[in-house]
Design a protein around this ligand. Structure first.
Ligand SMILES: Nc1ncnc2c1ncn2[C@@H]1O[C@H](COP(=O)(O)OP(=O)(O)OP(=O)(O)O)[C@@H](O)[C@H]1O
Length: 192
């Protein structure tokens, strides 16, 4: 079932951020959401995740859907290593070998037995991405997931993502049109 965002409104202390927003997100496809800074992309992501409540409007098609997320921040447990961070949210039946293999697939090495606080920004981002993808989910929401990755790594991570999310509904917030075409995603542009 597609996700239908209907007439969603959201204000913060009298400042209206979302005004009668209407968007349809196709089931089983990748949709990229673009729009100027401050237009309310993250606010919409939080409403979809149930972390913020809309002031008005409705969302159809989320019922019973399990959501996995890559937030704008990595949100890792800093003193834990990558495997332990990922293992915490993995769906049952994912072995440590499988986690290692996933990390290897996106070029992550030299992370073992190190607190994630000691890893580079691009390494941490990839840990957050693998964590989201190995969780049990129907809907994946990613807020600027490729931030901090160089061009080569970005391509590698996008290939990995495309293979992993086949048939799932994915929402990716981005500022980069090239990412949209690499992902062969539907493009949704949010305007003030
Ligand atoms: N919890 C909050 N309290 C008050 N204002 C907020 C809150 N969250 C967001 N805002 C405001 O809502 C507006 C939209 O923010 P949001 O983060 O959703 O934008 P965005 O489109 O994701 O921007 P960016 O591309 O820069 O990440 C901004 O003006 C922001 O200051």
């Amino acid at each position: 079932m597609d996700i239908k965002i209907i007439d969603i409104c959201k204000s913060f202390k009298g400042q209206q951020v979302l005004k009668n927003l209407n968007i349809t997100l196709s089931e089983g496809k990748i949709s990229c959401i673009m729009g100027a800074s401050g237009v309310g992309k993250t606010t919409l992501a939080y409403i979809l995740m149930g972390l913020l409540k809309a002031d008005a409007g409705q969302i159809i098609g989320l019922e019973g859907k399990k959501i996995s997320a890559v937030f704008q921040e990595d949100r890792l447990i800093e003193h834990w290593d990558a495997i332990k961070n990922i293992n915490l949210v993995c769906h049952k039946g994912v072995s440590k070998d499988e986690i290692h293999n996933n990390l290897k697939e996106i070029g992550l090495t030299d992370y073992e037995e190190k607190a994630v606080s000691l890893l580079s920004g691009g390494m941490r981002r990839r840990v957050a991405i693998v964590r989201a993808l190995l969780a049990d989910y129907d809907l994946l929401i990613m807020d600027e997931p490729f931030k901090g990755l160089d061009e080569k790594l970005k391509k590698q991570v996008i290939n990995y993502l495309q293979n992993k999310v086949k048939g799932k509904t994915v929402i990716i917030i981005t500022h980069d049109k090239e990412e949209v075409s690499m992902l062969k995603a539907d493009l949704i542009t949010m305007k003030k």
